[in-house]
Design a protein around this ligand. Structure first.
Ligand code: UN1
Length: 508
């Protein structure tokens, strides 16, 4: 037994359904969590059955009635303590993320840091859930708006950020007075159990009602129950565009609210005026970090023709230095893909790219031999392509980087925008005119547009999400909290007359 599993009290868990301190038994199927690092079975959870799901929703609804009455700063104090508990568990939780999901330990720890950061952000917010006040057109009237808790929030998260994405949603939802039901990816279910165990202790110390933090586990079916459930006014879903379209449709069908954060096809433009050495780090980390399994991973480089040869040589040299292997070993840059299905997708994309005319500058392939027994380790690769190839329009969750040439900035921006997805984008340039054009209304069409940093590694303080097939939702910082509350406009008449708006006369 690995010590971090013990530290997180994951030794003998097979529960996958909880309303907080209570763990419910289930007749659902067993979900095995295999590590892509070494193929070992880390643990099991039981999928939530319908009965368990109903019990969870009932508890979350009941808890909401009490929780929404707690003053927001008091809810914030509870979230502050969660942040403290996460600081204490950072090392163990970071290792679990790395071991269950396969990202490098540095990135596993970075993910827990994102959780801590969003806790801090949410604590501040708990005293700032501001509404505007307006000037009424009628004398003796006061008009303002206030934000009320929304209800039970359903959170569906993906394997690639198995803990942080939940925290972006739940920490904000909690200070906003909502209760949460979280369905983690069936590919990383132990992460949700570990988080629930950490939160449960903090809640118990503070007398938080049972049902404020709930977890359910399972596959598509559980996600469908949530999406179709009118008792969940908001579904926040992170994952593939295919999944998001189904969730969005189901939630819209019942006039619910959805917050969708889906696929990306993120590009970096390398201008003739770029600092090439600095750009290299952003490009390589963006493309191979998390083995290309971030929704913000860099998938395309659009390189000015005058620096194309120089920069592609630099890239090839950098790729030759990458060490691939056990992500818990800090000497390695790249860990495994999540599972062998992901390896198949990677191989299929390489094959499709070749058939469509792509030429590989750095070849891919599946690694074999000692240390690679899980069959999930692949070589990050680089293909020279043209932007119209169908594979270049697609998000493949793997370390495949497509590179292409451009001549004018207008052309580069058009190439960057001409994909179905619209999450993250960047330009590397020291030329102010180019940078400003890229950020202008005629520039990048993405939710995130950066200058002289890469596409991945967004900070929690900004609103996170994107346009087009990325789903349009914004999570995390800025005013994303408004997703988790309902707005109410209030007008109060403190006179003895009842003037009507718009000057309407209505005399009895
Ligand atoms: C995701 O991949 O779903 O910007 C989230 C980043 C991280 C979040 C990625 N802060 O890469």
């Amino acid at each position: 037994m690995k010590d971090f599993l013990q530290a997180l009290r994951l030794e003998a868990t097979n529960a996958g359904t909880s309303t907080g301190a209570q763990w419910l038994s289930s007749t659902g199927s067993q979900l095995n969590s295999y590590s892509p690092v070494d193929a070992s079975l880390i643990g099991q959870v039981t999928a939530t059955d319908k009965e368990g799901y109903e019990a969870v929703v009932a508890k979350a609804q009941e808890a909401f009635v009490e929780w929404r009455q707690w003053p927001a700063p008091r809810r914030g104090e509870v979230v502050r303590q969660i942040g403290e508990a996460l600081r204490q568990h950072k090392d163990a939780l970071g290792k679990l993320v790395s071991y269950e999901m396969g990202k490098s330990l540095q990135e596993g720890l970075g993910e827990v840091q994102e959780m801590i950061d969003i806790c801090d952000f949410a604590v501040g917010l708990s005293r700032q859930l501001y509404g505007l006040s307006m000037h009424s057109e009628r004398p003796g009237h006061r008009m303002y708006e206030q934000w009320h808790p929304l209800g039970v929030v359903g959170i569906i998260s993906a394997f690639n950020f198995p803990v942080a994405v939940w925290s972006w949603n739940s920490m904000l939802a909690w200070v906003c007075g909502d209760t949460c039901i979280w369905k983690a990816s069936e590919k990383a279910p132990l992460c949700s159990v570990a988080c629930q165990l950490i939160v449960q202790d903090v809640f118990a110390k503070n007398g938080v009602p049972e049902g404020v933090s709930c977890i359910v586990n399972g596959g598509r079916e559980v996600g469908e129950w949530m999406s179709n459930d009118h008792r969940l006014p908001l579904i926040s879903a992170t994952g593939s565009t295919r999944m998001g379209k189904e969730v969005g449709k189901a939630v819209a069908g019942r006039m619910g609210r959805s917050l969708l954060e889906l696929g990306g096809n993120n590009a970096i433009i390398i201008s003739k005026d770029a600092d090439l050495d600095m750009s290299l780090i952003g490009c390589v980390f963006g493309a191979v970090g998390t083995a290309g399994q971030r929704c913000t991973s860099t998938r395309r480089l659009i390189i000015h023709q005058s620096v194309y040869d120089t920069f592609s040589k630099k890239l090839a040299n950098a790729y030759a230095q990458l060490s691939i292997g056990d992500p818990l070993d800090s000497n390695n840059h790249v860990g495994p893909l999540i599972d062998t299905d992901a390896v198949k997708n990677y191989l299929n994309a390489i094959e499709a790219c070749k058939q469509q005319g792509g030429k590989f500058l750095v070849e891919g392939g599946v690694l074999q031999g000692t240390g690679y027994e899980s069959g999930c380790y692949v070589k990050p690769c680089i293909a020279e392509v043209t932007p119209d190839m169908p594979i270049v329009q697609t998000e493949t969750f793997a370390p495949i980087l497509y590179i292409m040439k451009y001549d004018t900035l207008d052309e580069a921006i058009a190439m960057q925008n001409n994909v179905p997805q619209g999450l993250s984008s960047a330009i590397m340039t020291l030329n102010l005119r180019e940078a400003e054009q890229f950020l202008s209304a005629a520039g990048s069409d993405c939710g995130i547009a950066n200058v002289n940093i890469g596409t991945s590694g967004a900070e929690i303080g900004g609103a996170f999400g994107g346009e087009k097939e990325t789903g349009g939702g914004r999570e995390s910082g800025s005013d994303a909290w408004k997703n988790y509350m309902r707005r109410q406009t209030n007008t109060i008449n403190y006179t003895n007359k009842l003037p009507l708006a718009q000057g309407i006369q209505f005399n009895l």
